[in-house]
Design a protein. Structure first.
Length: 443
């Protein structure tokens, strides 16, 4: 074993155990310790995965676990160049040489960041789980560790925790304020403040670094850089895509289609008319790759028939609504689509299954959300219901869908103050910013 690597491991372990956990924006994601399995912290690039690892360590420290049993180790270090799986054992041996009293007696939590740099790391982590009393959390910026493939590579020995860009509640915390405990019982001044924060969230989005930037120019440039990294590293390099003009055009079309129906066949025909040589099969593969990298997600039609779910267009949503604004002309940004994308991301965080509904009469409801207890809710989203025809259209679609899904609760969301609307009593309504602040999501 290279003595140079051992010296670097010792130095990094010393630094890791001496460091104070950095201040961070608390994420509303739970990651309880697992028995016999690693926890893979995955999600789109720059969503805050490393910060979440620190949060996990800080939580365990607050719960009374000794600081010496909480280790964050980042393998992205040029001094570890050439490290192989056989060298990973030195990390554990050097640690227990310093703390022999813990071995086999007290559980040690290891946060292993960028471990994909070491070839063959999966076998070593599986052996570590079997041979030592440890908790293991994994994360990294490689395409493989960003995606759900990490669970496969661990052969069933890892469970996923997905980190997304900030929710509205987390965004409020990042702005140095406290989300209200009772969002329905607010003074007028507090309601105005939260409405303004929602407008800020709508404008800046939820990526931690981008949302903190003061200028639109810098924010757009950073977000476009995120997408380029996904395009080249997570799709083109990882999957050997050589038709970069078609891939780039496809990604731009997706980012301009937030909260819209999307058909690969129509895209294929459009590309063909523009002289872009690409097959439908390749476009389907690109979409799968982009979903695997968490850049977009597509919802099927709600139906018991798998064939209907497959042949009907899907509705497309982005990892964060700010990506739509970063790739669209300012005049072409639809506020209603951005709000619907925000709701889709929130529902995806807390539901088991998400789809959209098209009734036998051709009316559409944005979401049929099924929680982890099997409870279903039909959710309709609009920017404003102030126009009587808009209110009538949205409520008519909900009522029609409820006839086809009689067990589902109903919910109507928009930006309007409920005191300014004449709403049917049978349809519960909430201002979208207020609904996003709720603390009790379905389990």
């Amino acid at each position: 074993m290279d003595s140079r690597i051992i010296e670097v491991v010792r130095a990094k372990l010393g630094d890791a155990l001496a460091m104070s956990f950095p201040p961070l924006i608390r994420r509303e994601v739970e990651a309880a310790p697992l028995h016999g399995k690693a926890r893979a912290v995955i999600g789109m690039r720059r969503a805050g995965k490393t910060s979440f690892l620190y949060q996990c360590l800080a939580d365990r420290l607050a719960a009374g676990i000794e600081r010496e049993r909480l280790v964050y180790f980042n393998f992205e270090d040029e001094r570890l160049g050439g490290m192989e799986a056989a060298d990973l054992g030195s990390l554990i041996e050097e640690y227990y040489r310093e703390f022999p009293r813990f071995r086999g007696i007290e559980k040690v939590t290891w946060c292993l960041d960028e471990i994909q740099i070491v070839p063959g790391w999966e076998s070593w982590v599986r052996r570590l789980l079997d041979s030592e009393l440890v908790e293991v959390l994994l994360s990294g910026s490689s395409a493989r560790l960003l995606s759900r493939e990490v669970a496969t590579s661990m052969r069933g020995r890892a469970l996923e925790t997905v980190i997304t860009p900030f929710s509205f509640r987390e965004f409020i915390t990042a702005r140095g304020q406290q989300p209200p405990a009772a969002p329905r019982l607010l003074a007028g001044q507090d309601r105005s403040r939260l409405r303004q924060l929602f407008d800020d969230y709508l404008e800046t989005g939820g990526f931690p670094e981008a949302s903190a930037l003061p200028t639109v120019r810098d924010r757009v440039g950073l977000l476009q850089g995120y997408v380029d990294t996904v395009l080249f590293r997570d799709v083109a390099e990882r999957h050997g895509v050589s038709n970069l003009p078609a891939l780039r055009a496809f990604v731009r079309q997706l980012l301009r289609s937030a909260a819209c129906s999307f058909s690969v066949n129509k895209t294929f025909q459009d590309f063909k008319s523009r002289g872009l040589a690409i097959s439908k099969e390749s476009l389907l593969a690109y979409l799968d790759h982009l979903e695997d990298a968490f850049l977009v997600f597509a919802l099927p039609l709600a139906s018991r028939s798998e064939r209907r779910r497959q042949v009907n267009p899907r509705k497309l949503y982005l990892a964060d609504h700010s990506l739509a604004a970063a790739f669209s002309p300012a005049s072409g940004i639809d506020r209603g689509h951005l709000i619907e994308n925000i709701v889709a991301c929130e529902l995806a965080r807390y539901t088991r299954d998400l789809a959209y509904v098209r009734t036998v009469d051709g009316l559409e409801v944005d979401f049929l959300a099924t929680d982890f207890k099997g409870n279903r809710t039909l959710v309709q989203v609009a920017s404003s219901l102030g126009a009587l025809e808009t209110l009538a259209r949205e409520t008519r679609a909900l009522i029609a869908a409820s006839a086809e899904f009689p067990d589902a609760a109903l919910l109507l969301l928009a930006e309007d103050d409920p005191t300014q609307l004449s709403l049917p009593e049978a349809i519960p309504y909430a201002p979208v910013w207020q609904w996003l602040l709720q603390t009790a999501h379905p389990d």
